[in-house]
Design a protein around this ligand. Structure first.
Ligand SMILES: Cc1cc2nc3c(=O)[nH]c(=O)nc-3n(C[C@H](O)[C@H](O)[C@H](O)COP(=O)(O)OP(=O)(O)OC[C@H]3O[C@@H](n4cnc5c(N)ncnc54)[C@H](O)[C@@H]3O)c2cc1C
Length: 425
């Protein structure tokens, strides 16, 4: 009989590995160092707003196949009107509305249905002032080398760059276009925009990240007998003869049986502290989110790309407007009151609220939101296997071939599951 899979880290990577392993009939124990699961992808009650909010706005694309498969397995808690699957919601068609905060210009990029992007030949569907050729240049990303950056590959002087490709690349890579890896952006373009309109609809969690990705996974696991331990932090791995033999937690130690396996699904810094000589990405980039309580209900589920200001993406859910700034290391250094003023000015302009005073708000700085997705750091991503035969890695920083997003994270967990199944049949 196959041994127990011990999964360390209850973020999406660990949950994805756990869910797939339990579904395959394996015995699973999951250990999470914090008092809750979800890691960087979770919801919580925010007293300043008297609302439940997400730690950060998370945008998915309908072509994110690993994420959709994961949701199919754990179950989608809500059946939704409008043809959207429960749990995630977005517009019926792939449309990306933008506002230039500096000039007030608004435009919407609307993709077409087929794989061949005929839509780029319609001026009404493109960035104003752009030509079809400006979009076809993005195919250069397909041939990007490991050392190429997004800005190096795409023409920065081109109108489509600042008004579409750059905000997209910074949002996906959480790294400036000047530094971000072009080769890492390409699979996202290929799997979404390259597959036509149905694969590139923007989606967000309808209620919250935890309600969509975390709580149903925990219910799935507990209903099927998985053991979940919170406040259980791994301090050391016991190793002998190229195998992991023990797990030393703050709460006590566990001796592993001969066939047991371990999936380490913690961020890169703790992983490097636990696994000797493990090379991991060492640099990270911040994401700053501002959540503002609106005086009135704004249109539900709206989102808007912003250029020409500080805020980059605006989401409105109920009466809370939330803005995201990626690759935000400089902004994250500022005091929260200053950040709130800066971001509220952008929100008020985008929602045409005039000189409305700063409302109840919360600024969330995630200083190590993701690893820095530069060509140099991407090279440091390790694979799923380690030199310990029963130790496997998962997480958005491992070598998934995808950026550090929900899709890449869930894929990493699934890859860990597949590797455990092969290594310990
Ligand atoms: C503000 C923000 C906005 C984002 N926006 C998007 C977006 O729009 N779209 C998108 O797709 N992605 C987005 N992401 C990225 C996405 O959230 C991450 O890629 C994903 O959540 C990473 O999951 P993970 O499981 O790899 O890591 P984590 O979520 O960090 O999980 C690791 C877990 O391990 C636990 N742990 C650490 N050390 C130990 C230990 N020693 N023992 C036990 N447990 C331990 C931690 O407590 C944590 O729960 C965003 C991230 C942030 C922070």
């Amino acid at each position: 009989m196959a041994g127990r899979a011990h999964i360390v880290g209850g973020g999406l990577a660990g949950l994805s590995a756990a869910v797939h392993l339990v579904r395959a009939g394996r015995d699973v124990s999951l250990y999470e160092g914090a008092g809750h699961c979800g890691g960087r992808c979770r919801s919580y009650f925010e007293a300043a707003l008297d609302r439940r909010i997400d730690n950060g706005n998370h945008l998915l694309l309908s072509g994110n196949r690993a994420a959709q498969e994961y949701l199919d397995v754990i179950g989608r808690p809500d059946g939704l009107p409008g043809g959207q699957p429960g749990g995630l919601v977005g517009p019926d068609r792939a449309a990306y509305p933008f506002l230039d905060l500096a000039t007030g210009e608004r435009w919407t990029v609307k993709m077409g249905a087929g794989r061949i992007p005929w839509w780029i030949f319609s001026a009404a569907r493109r960035v104003p002032g752009s030509t079809p050729w400006d979009y076809l240049k993005a195919l250069k990303l397909a041939g990007a080398g490991a050392g190429d950056t997004v800005a190096g590959c795409l023409d920065g002087a081109n109108p489509v760059f600042a008004k579409f490709w750059e905000p997209l690349a910074v949002g996906v890579l959480n790294t400036s276009a000047e530094e971000g890896s072009a080769a890492l952006l390409w699979p996202v373009i290929r799997e979404t925009f390259g597959r036509g309109e149905a694969a590139c609809r923007p989606l967000i969690a309808r209620v919250g990240l935890s309600e969509t990705f975390i709580d149903p996974a925990l219910a799935f696991l507990t209903e099927r007998g998985a053991a979940i331990s919170l406040n259980t932090r791994l301090r050391e791995l016991g190793m002998e003869n190229s195998r992991i033999t023990a797990l030393e937690f703050n709460t006590g130690s566990i001796t592993l049986a001969e066939d047991d396996t371990v999936v380490l699904a913690v961020p890169p810094a703790p992983a490097a502290g636990l696994v000797p000589e493990l090379a991991v990405p060492t640099e990270s980039r911040a994401i700053v989110n501002g959540h503002f309580l609106l005086q009135r209900d704004a249109p539900d589920m709206s989102f808007l790309g912003l250029v020409g200001g500080t805020a980059q993406w605006l989401f409105v859910r109920g009466d809370v407007a939330s803005v995201t700034v990626s690759a935000a290391d400089a902004l994250a250094e500022k005091p929260v009151d200053e950040i709130a003023d800066i971001l509220w000015e952008d929100v008020a302009r985008a929602l045409e609220l005039g000189s409305a005073p700063l409302p109840a708000h919360r600024i969330v700085k995630e200083k190590r939101a993701t690893f820095a997705q530069t060509p140099e750091q991407v090279k440091r991503r390790p694979g799923v296997r380690t030199r310990w035969g029963n130790l496997f890695l998962a997480g958005d920083w491992t070598d998934t071939g995808l950026p550090a997003t929900i899709e890449g994270t869930i894929l990493s967990g699934r890859t860990a599951y597949e590797t455990v199944m092969i290594s310990s049949p």
